[in-house]
Design a protein around this ligand. Structure first.
Ligand code: ADP
Length: 460
C-alpha cells in the first residue's frame, strides 16, 4: 500500500545544503535544532568556509566558478548520494528556483526542500504567474497576461491601451535584470528590441510582456507557508522599497502605514492562490503598492534573504517550518495564531565600495559585531575570512527588533555603530547615513527614493 503523507513525515534525517555564505549557516542551524544531520558543500574558493567545520559532512564539489560548483546539478546530486543525504535545501539564488533541478532531486529519490517543480515552473515564468494570480483573484499590475507578439502595430496598440509610461519585462527575468521603462511611444520599439536581446542572452527566452509602469509605488511583500495537506497561512508583510538598481538594500516588517483592513484581503488572496496551485513550503508574493492599491508583480518560490524580519515579528522560525513542511508534517499553526509583534529592520551588509558600489574582495582583518537585546546578525564571516570575488557581495545581515518602528530605527543605528569590518570595503557607512535620513524615518518612502537620495548625496 502506498504510504500516506503523514506516514512519510520525517522521511529524511540528513539534509544537503546546496548553497554557501550566510544562508548555509542559517539552514545548518535550523537543521541541527530539528535534530537533522547536515552535509555542507563548497567550491574550491570556499574550502575554508566555517560552516564546513560545523556540518556532519563537508564535500568540495568543484571549481570556484559557480557554474562548475553551486550550479552543477550532477555534482550536487552525487555529493548527496555519497554523503547519504535524504533531502536537499537549495537556499536562495543558485538552483533554488530551478524547476529542472527540483525535478532531478525528486527523481533521484531525494526530497527537494521547496515547492514542486511544476509550482516553480508556473511562478518562474512571470507571464504564467500573472495568469495564475489573476485566476486566484490576486490584483495584478494593469497589462495583458500574455507574451508580446512580434507584430509592431499590435505592440503599439497594447502600449496605448495600458497608457504610457509602460515597463517591458522578460518573462524569465530575475535579479532586477531584463526590465526597461518606456516613457513614450517614440522609444517603444527600440526598448523592445534591446530587452528581447537581453532576455535571450541572460534567460534563454526572448519572451517579453508589458505592463503599466507605476511611478511612485512601494514594494510590499507577503510571506506564506504551506504544507502538503491543504493548509496555508500568511505570516504578515514586509516593505522592501529601499532598493538600488531594483536590488533590496534595507527591509522591514511590518510595512509601515498599511491599515490591516487593506492588507488582509491581499494576504488571504495569496493563501487562496497557494491552495489553488497546490503550493508547498515557503514563498513570497511581491506587490507594488500605490495610492492604496496592491498590484502583484511576482512570486518567489523559495526562502528570501529578508525572511528574518518576518521571523522577528511573527516569532515563527521560517526555515524550520519550511523543512518540516518538506518532511510532510502538518503545519503547526493556523491563521488565527499568526501575530505581528513590534517592528524589525534588516540591513544587507555587502563587501562593496560605499561610493561606487563595486564589489570588494580581500581578507577581513578585523571584525566586531554588535550585541544586545533585539539584535541579530546572520553571517558566515570572521576575522581572517577571505571574501572571494566569485559570488554575491552579501557578507552579513544585521537584523533588529524593537516594540516600535522608531525604536527599531534607533536600535539599528546603535547596531550599525557597533559593526566594524576592516580589510575590505563595505557599505556600512552608507547604511549609517541612510538611518539618519528624515523622510526614511517617517516611513512610506517609494522604490525610487534611495536612488534619488544617492543622487543628491553625490551632488552635495
Ligand atoms: P525581479 O524578478 O528581477 O526581482 P520584479 O518583477 O520583482 O523583478 O521587479 C523588481 C523591481 O522592479 C520591483 O521591486 C520594482 O522596484 C521594479 N518594478 C517592477 N515592475 C514594475 C512596474 N510595473 N512599475 C514600476 N516598477 C516596477
Amino acid at each position: 500500500m502506498p504510504e500516506t503523507l503523514e506516514q512519510s513525515a520525517g522521511r529524511f534525517d540528513t539534509v544537503l545544503i546546496a548553497n554557501r555564505g550566510e544562508i548555509a549557516v542559517r539552514i545548518q542551524r535550523a537543521c541541527r535544532e530539528l535534530g537533522l544531520k547536515t552535509v555542507a558543500i563548497c567550491s574550491e574558493a570556499d574550502r575554508q568556509a566555517p560552516y564546513g567545520k560545523t556540518a556532519d559532512s563537508f564535500l568540495c564539489i568543484g571549481p570556484s566558478t559557480a557554474a562548475k560548483s553551486y550550479l552543477n546539478q550532477d555534482a550536487i546530486l552525487l555529493a548527496a548520494r555519497l554523503a547519504g543525504a535524504g533531502a536537499i535545501h537549495p537556499g536562495y539564488g543558485f538552483l533554488s528556483e530551478n524547476a529542472a533541478f527540483a525535478d532531478a532531486v525528486e527523481k533521484a529519490g531525494l526530497v527537494f526542500i521547496g515547492p514542486t517543480a511544476s509550482s516553480i515552473a508556473i511562478m518562474g515564468d512571470k507571464i504564467s504567474a500573472k495568469r495564475a494570480m489573476m485566476a486566484a483573484g490576486v490584483p495584478c499590475v494593469p497589462g495583458p497576461d500574455t507574451a508580446l507578439p512580434d507584430d509592431p502595430a499590435t505592440i503599439e496598440r497594447i502600449a496605448l491601451e495600458i497608457g504610457y509610461p509602460v515597463i517591458i519585462k522578460a518573462a524569465g527575468g530575475g535579479g532586477g535584470r531584463g526590465m526597461r521603462v518606456v516613457p513614450k511611444a517614440d522609444v517603444l520599439h527600440e526598448a523592445i528590441a534591446l530587452t528581447r536581446e537581453e532576455a535571450r542572452k541572460a534567460f534563454g527566452s526572448r519572451s517579453l510582456y508589458m505592463e503599466k509602469f507605476l511611478e511612485h509605488p512601494r514594494h510590499i511583500e507577503i510571506q506564506v507557508i504551506c504544507d502538503d495537506h491543504g493548509n496555508a497561512v500568511w505570516l504578515g508583510h514586509r516593505d522592501c522599497s529601499m532598493q538600488r538598481r531594483h536590488q533590496k538594500v534595507v527591509e522591514e516588517a511590518p510595512a509601515p502605514g498599511i491599515a490591516p483592513d487593506i492588507i488582509q484581503p491581499v494576504g488571504l488572496a495569496c493563501v487562496q492562490a497557494c491552495l489553488q496551485i497546490g503550493y508547498r513550503g515557503v514563498g513570497t508574493f511581491e506587490f507594488l503598492y500605490e495610492d492604496g492599491a496592491f498590484y502583484f508583480i511576482e512570486m518567489n518560490t523559495r526562502l528570501q534573504v529578508e525572511h528574518p524580519v518576518t521571523e522577528m515579528t511573527s516569532g515563527v522560525d521560517i526555515v524550520q517550518a519550511q523543512i518540516r513542511a518538506a518532511q510532510g508534517h502538518v503545519l503547526d499553526l493556523i491563521q488565527g495564531d499568526v501575530t505581528c509583534e513590534g517592528h524589525s529592520f534588516e540591513c544587507r551588509i555587502n563587501a562593496e565600495d560605499p561610493g561606487t558600489f563595486l564589489p570588494s574582495a580581500g581578507v577581513v582583518t578585523h571584525l566586531a559585531l554588535p550585541e544586545g537585546p533585539g539584535i541579530r546578525v546572520d553571517t558566515h564571516i570572521h576575522a581572517g575570512y577571505k571574501v572571494s570575488p566569485y559570488y554575491d557581495s552579501l557578507i552579513a545581515k544585521l537584523i533588529v527588533h524593537a516594540p516600535t518602528r522608531a525604536e527599531a530605527m534607533a536600535r539599528m543605528r546603535e547596531a550599525l555603530a557597533g559593526t566594524e569590518i576592516e580589510g575590505i570595503s563595505t557599505n556600512i557607512s552608507f547604511l549609517r547615513a541612510l538611518f539618519e535620513d528624515g523622510p526614511f524615518a517617517q516611513g512610506e518612502t517609494d522604490i525610487h527614493y534611495l536612488e534619488q537620495w544617492l543622487k543628491l548625496r553625490r551632488a552635495a
